[in-house]
Ligand binder design. Structure first.
Ligand SMILES: Nc1ncnc2c1ncn2[C@@H]1O[C@H](COP(=O)(O)OP(=O)(O)O)[C@@H](O)[C@H]1O
Ligand SMILES: [Mg+2]
Length: 500
């Protein structure tokens, strides 16, 4: 706008006053009476050079008035030079003030006082103010955020049970934790967030077993050993199912493997599926019997504890804190662990099924013939098992328990005699028998593992032999129940005067 106005002024001036007269102080103007004429502008300037004031007046030609609106010739210079241009006759007959040095000293060179327009002034005042406001706002926001986070933390510590620091205090062992939670609460194990916390602070040590679905490791947690069963990501369903079964309400029992935690940890590439349980250094009953023979007391202890575990698994407990009946479906010496006190803990519940007695149904669609062929009951081998009837599965477990008893009893050292460890039917089928081989043997030929005559000479061995036969009936319904076996063996242990 200023440029336009200036141009307009110049045009008017050229039309109306073709020559502008100005005062002139230069040497050339002495002849013309200290005056000059121009088509441009009159100029007066005061400068401060070498400590002396100098006043100059002169004419500026129009072609020197560049750029339009703010010609260089008319610009004052930062505390040194004060210039005034004007466009009426003798208008430069004025005394300009000496440029003050103050601004030059105080202000940065670019902001010379004399040349500040309204925009600069607004910028100079409003800029710092704006910055100040911004800082204040940021301060207020940070303070509020901090306050909110703090009060949230406070609330968490007071109310929220999901804050696992409540449970995970340093000096508590897993056993304490699980004991507290199973006696006070649902009886089905640790809360999920505690399971996750435990699982993620385990340090794996060594492989201790390999099974159907992956590897079993010994791990360390807070100075104690735990077992970690690691499933491959393809086996997610098996992992989930086993974790689900272990967390059946009221399942915990001294002769069932103590479950600690399930965790699915996504490491970005694949999902690691963990089941954490108590660690038993003796390993499986299969490993134990291979390594050691047992005396009568040891045999009864193993057999009775296995029966107790299975009886608890099979048993339905009624009421709100009750448990459903559970059938194992893969009972064998490799799926039973031996604890430090030489009693058994039933493990590997991955194939188990639960009975819903209210509707008389089984909690998953039971697939045909799962489990280990060598331990399959005759009705499973020939597929005559009534899968709609839950008790059929319990009876099949009892057949397998009978085979496990045979494995234990062979290793019993009585009168200085014991046999080497062997799998059931070791002498009748090859190492990885087919279902057909097993069916011919068990269903068609009705063969069972051999019960030696000399067992009759020892009461404990005789009782064990009798129990086995009653576990092996072709008719599942005729077999003993786990509870019945438990009672017979308890009786035997009293007769043998054992502190079992
Ligand atoms: N808690 C444990 N303590 C010690 N050894 C174990 C434990 N759990 C499993 N094992 C070992 O690992 C083997 C395989 O474990 P298991 O649970 O049967 O897995 P799978 O379902 O793959 O058969 C067992 O036979 C046993 O030797
Ligand atoms: Mg197994």
């Amino acid at each position: 706008d200023a440029t336009l106005l200036f141009c307009f002024f110049l045009i008017i001036q050229t039309i109306t006053f073709p020559a502008l007269r100005c005062n002139c102080s230069t040497a050339e103007c002495e002849k013309t009476g200290s005056q000059c004429e121009t088509d441009g502008a009159c100029m007066a300037s005061t400068s401060f050079i070498d400590g002396r004031e100098q006043h100059i007046r002169l004419c500026i030609t129009r072609d020197n008035l560049v750029p339009p609106g703010q010609p260089f010739y008319c610009l004052s210079a930062k505390g040194l030079l004060n210039i005034h241009c004007c466009y009426t006759n003798y208008c430069n007959n004025i005394d300009l003030k000496v440029p003050s040095g103050e601004c030059f000293i105080l202000m940065p060179p670019l902001l010379s006082c004399g040349s500040w327009g309204p925009v600069e002034l607004v910028a100079v005042i409003a800029g710092p103010l704006f910055l100040l406001c911004l800082l204040l706002l940021m301060g207020a926001f940070l303070y509020q955020y901090h306050q909110r986070a703090y009060s949230h933390r406070q609330r968490l510590e007071v109310e929220d049970p999901s804050c696992d620091t409540l449970y995970m205090t340093k000096d508590r062992t897993l056993q304490d934790l699980i004991y507290d939670l199973s006696t006070s609460g649902s009886g089905s194990g640790l809360p999920l967030f505690v399971q996750r916390t435990v699982a993620r602070t385990i340090v794996l040590q060594e492989i201790i077993g390999k099974g159907r679905f992956g590897e079993v490791w010994r791990g360390r947690w807070r100075g104690g050993d735990v077992a970690v069963k690691i499933f491959s990501s393809r086996e997610e369903r098996s992992w989930f199912r086993e974790a689900e079964i272990y967390q059946t309400i009221m399942l915990r029992h001294e002769n069932i493997l103590g479950f600690i935690a399930a965790d699915n940890k996504d490491n970005g590439t694949w999902t690691q599926l963990w089941l954490v349980s108590d660690y038993h250094e003796h390993g499986s009953l299969f490993d134990y019997l291979n390594r050691y023979s047992v005396n009568i007391e040891g045999m009864i202890k193993l057999a009775l504890s296995a029966a107790s575990g299975l009886a608890h698994l099979h048993m339905e407990i009624l009421g709100t804190q009750g448990k459903p009946g559970i059938a194992h479906r893969d009972l064998k010496s490799k799926n039973i662990l031996v604890k430090k006190n030489c009693t058994c803990a039933i493990a590997d519940l991955g194939l188990a099924v639960r009975h819903d007695s209210a509707t008389d149904t089984i909690d998953i669609a039971p697939n045909q013939r799962v489990g280990t062929k060598r331990y399959m009951a005759p009705e499973v081998l020939d597929e005559t098992i009534n899968m709609r009837h839950f008790d059929s599965f319990k009876c099949a477990d009892i057949y397998a328990l009978g085979l496990v008893y045979w494995e234990i009893t062979r290793r019993c050292n009585s009168g200085g005699i014991h046999e080497e460890y062997q799998l059931p039917y070791y002498d009748l089928v090859p190492s990885d028998p087919t279902i057909e081989e097993m069916r011919k043997l068990v269903c068609d030929q009705k063969l069972r593992p051999n019960i030696p005559n000399w067992w009759q000479s020892y009461e404990a061995l005789r009782v064990m032999g009798k129990i086995m036969r009653e576990c092996w009936y072709a008719n599942g319904a005729a077999r003993l129940t786990a509870l019945r076996i438990k009672k017979s063996l308890s009786q035997l242990s009293i007769e043998e005067d054992l502190k079992v």
